[in-house]
Design a protein around this ligand. Structure first.
Ligand SMILES: *Cc1c(COP(=O)(O)O)cnc(C)c1O
Length: 293
């Protein structure tokens, strides 16, 4: 009896396995936690900025209440930073949350979702969770092959995930390539989700600005996260920028599970902490050189 509980396509999902916690590895091998360096999940090894800790400590006083489901202050800060209208922003409990909500809002059984091989591990999971068919397109030099991805589009395609830069391979798509893709999909009932989780680390000058395309392509969704350069992975907070008509679909779920006050406050502080961002970027550049050398 119990084996029939739940939807078959959901039962078939092998859950995302994240990097193992340091404490677990220390226990298993009898090691000192302070001697272990975790690289698996690309968290910010500097931790969260002091400014975010302070803001979070203040926000604790308010935790007996439900959070502001509109996330007014953080959305306002994002709107200012990216020069996008407030109505074009929605928040989520991490950007994974947003990827899943988007799949849920636009794809169902019988629909197709396209992503590249060697792209972010959550794309196939989000697709499977809604019973849609995953179309994994072979990669080109470990990066997205946009021509091949376009060639995979059918009348059943509803969503295309693009990680830029990509995790885990570190490749990226430049402005011209992305624009060509978006132009070719213009007017189609297909959402292109541009996942910018690592945007802030990238140094390439031909990478489009974070919000360069959003106004021109109503079927484009841009997602960002506070988990990587902003150092707040454990708080679970991310955001989405898209045309308000698209947000009306995706945001329907988002409003009921808005991030906590502590996450909202820390994210706002972290977003405004240019110094921390700069330090993270610099230290990362040094470590990148050490690694590649
Ligand atoms: C880390 C990551 C995310 C999601 O991170 P959240 O912690 O859920 O915000 C999304 N996309 C990519 C490419 C990532 O590397």
């Amino acid at each position: 009896m119990t084996k029939d509980i739940g939807l078959a396509h959901v039962r078939a999902i092998a859950p995302y396995v994240g990097g193992r916690p340091i404490s677990e590895v220390a226990r298993e091998f009898g090691l000192d936690e302070t001697k272990i360096v975790k690289l698996a999940s690309n968290e910010n090894p500097l931790g969260m900025p002091e400014s975010a800790k302070k803001a979070m400590a203040l926000a604790i006083a308010d935790l007996g209440r439900y959070p502001d489901s509109n996330g007014f202050e953080l959305k306002n800060a994002l709107a200012k930073k990216f020069a996008v209208p407030f109505e074009w922003i929605t928040l989520g409990n991490g950007s994974n949350d947003i990827l899943e909500l988007t799949a849920r809002a636009v794809a169902k059984e019988g629909d197709e979702v396209i992503f590249s091989k060697h792209a972010f591990a959550v794309y196939p999971l989000a697709t499977q969770a809604v019973g849609a068919k995953a179309i994994e397109v072979p990669a080109k030099e470990y990066g997205h092959d946009l021509d091949a991805m376009l060639a995979a589009v059918t009348s059943a395609t509803r969503l295309i995930f693009v990680a830029n830069p990509n995790n885990p391979t570190g490749t990226y798509l430049n402005r011209a390539l992305l624009k060509t893709m978006l132009d070719k999909l213009r007017g189609r009932n297909i959402i292109v989700l541009l996942d910018y989780a690592y945007r802030e680390y990238a140094r390439a000058t031909d990478l489009p600005g974070p919000m360069e395309f959003y106004r021109d392509y109503p079927n484009l969704i841009v997602t960002g996260t506070f988990s990587k350069i902003y150092g707040l992975a454990g708080l679970r907070i991310g955001y989405i920028v898209a045309h308000p008509d698209v947000l009306k679909k995706v945001g329907k779920y988002g409003d009921t599970i808005s991030p906590s006050q502590t996450a909202l406050a820390a994210a706002k502080a972290s977003l405004g902490d240019e110094e921390f961002m700069k330090m993270t970027r610099e230290k990362n550049a040094i470590a990148r050189k050490v690694l590649t050398d």
